[in-house]
Write a protein that binds this ligand. Structure first.
Ligand code: URA
Length: 434
């Protein structure tokens, strides 16, 4: 087989055979397919798409590049969740401790930032000492002993997804239904959970811009899951503005703690409760999703969720001081407030523009080798539907220098559209696909 022929076949819109897909992914693992060939192939997939059969084959090859965990020795339901990617999406840091504290173990593989969207692993690694590159034994022990583990791709777990993911991050090859579906489902299948709730983001800050695209992605992932006996449910949630207030790694970790203290933004809590309620119902811990949400509200109120976050961080080597001391995580030296230039109601917040600006100031990567500045990002002061007066604060920019703040200031200001007439608060949950 020849890699150039495979790239050309996809470029010309042909369906690849299972053998070609398997051979290409093997080559990426062994290094016999070069980075530039892989990125040419990824771009051909973005432009020409893949059939359902090719997407399932790609998923299978990504899983087969590592081990598939068998968690049956744990003797019960293990849950998982995954977001398709958004801006300010720190839902895992809220829902996973709440669900684990409610008695449903969570074993999860997450990703790093991808394109303009943030990644759970980058957020977790902004906690000093936190280790997400775990061995299979560490993963299983974490689920057994703490009831919560979050791991990155490793040489053991979906390593080929790690290779493709890093490449897609910096080659404009993220927004592709088959690449997203196979990337997510390979991690979910490799990590061995029994049931997963997929948070499929829709809107300006999501890779799927319309509900129809998001629904198609949800159905593709559900069908891949069904094919291997994994229970899958999908929640379509709004990403037409960043989720919550904070965008940027340390800032988002801080917001997750605020939320687990009962002081967080309403939209973030709602997404977490809907995902968590579904997980509790799938696990048989609650008779309905609503009953599951009631259990989680109690877990939040009692502080058990926050304590589970502490236990989880310590188990993965992290320093949990940030849970009690909001100043324990490093903060950016420059913090600049941006104010409204007119009064009115916030009608739109361009989440993609905010995500792109966050990468520009160092919260994400422009090339594979970029180091992340965990301190930088944005904190929004107003969300869609809020009324603002001229001069009232819209957002604070957190950067490493004045120059970086000035560079992104226009983009952040322009991300806000202010209307002269009242604007309704959009629903955050759009649909649940079982
Ligand atoms: N999350 C993933 O793990 N992969 C994608 O492609 C998008 C979101």
């Amino acid at each position: 087989m020849n890699v150039v022929d495979i790239i050309a076949a996809k470029r010309d819109g042909h369906e690849l055979s299972s053998e070609q897909i398997g051979w290409l992914i093997n080559g990426a693992m062994e290094g016999s397919v070069a980075d530039y060939q892989l990125s040419a192939w990824l771009m051909a997939v973005v432009l020409k798409g893949m059939s359902d059969r090719e997407t399932a084959d790609l998923t299978r090859s990504l899983v087969a590049s590592g081990k598939r965990l068998d968690l049956s020795s744990l003797g019960g339901f293990v849950g998982d969740k995954h977001s398709t990617g958004g801006v300010g999406d720190k839902t895992t840091l809220v829902v996973a401790p709440l669900v684990a504290a409610a008695g449903v173990p969570m074993g999860k593989m997450s990703g790093r930032g991808l394109g303009y969207s943030g990644g759970t692993i980058d957020k977790l690694e902004s906690i000093p000492g936190m280790q997400c590159s775990l061995t299979v034994d560490q993963f299983i022990e974490g689920v057994r002993n703490v009831g919560l583990v979050v791991a990155a791709q490793t040489p053991d777990l979906a390593p080929a997804d790690g290779i493709l993911y890093k490449m897609r991050d910096v080659t404009a090859t993220v927004d592709s239904l088959p690449l997203i579906a196979s990337s997510i489902m390979s991690k979910k299948i490799a990590a061995g959970a029994n049931g997963v709730v997929l948070d499929v983001k829709v809107g300006s800050g999501a890779f799927m811009k319309t509900p129809d695209q998001a629904r198609a992605l949800a159905i593709s992932m559900r069908d891949i899951g069904r094919g291997v006996g994994l229970l899958v449910r999908a929640v379509l949630s709004d990403m037409d503005q960043p989720l919550g207030w904070a965008v940027g790694n340390n800032l988002e970790v801080h917001e997750a703690v605020q939320t687990l203290r009962g002081e967080g933004p309403a939209d973030l809590l709602e997404v977490a409760l809907v995902i968590g309620g579904n997980l509790l119902e799938m696990a048989g811990k609650a008779n309905s999703v609503e009953a599951g949400q009631d259990i989680l509200r109690e877990t939040l109120r009692s502080g058990a969720g926050l304590e589970k976050l502490r236990e989880f961080v310590m188990n993965q080597g992290g320093d949990p001081s940030f849970i009690d001391d909001p100043h324990a995580l490093p903060s950016a030296p420059v913090q600049r407030d941006l104010v409204a230039r007119t009064s009115g109601w916030i009608a739109h917040i361009d989440a993609e523009a905010i995500g792109r600006a966050s990468v520009e100031i160092g919260a994400g990567r422009r090339v594979k080798s970029d180091a992340i500045d965990h301190r930088v990002g944005f904190v929004l002061n107003a969300k869609i539907g809020d009324h603002v007066e001229t001069g009232s604060k819209l957002a604070t920019i957190h950067t490493s220098s004045d120059q970086a703040a000035s560079q992104v200031e226009p983009a952040i200001l322009n991300a806000f559209t202010i209307s002269a007439t009242p604007v309704a608060i959009p629903p955050v949950i759009m649909e649940v696909i079982a």
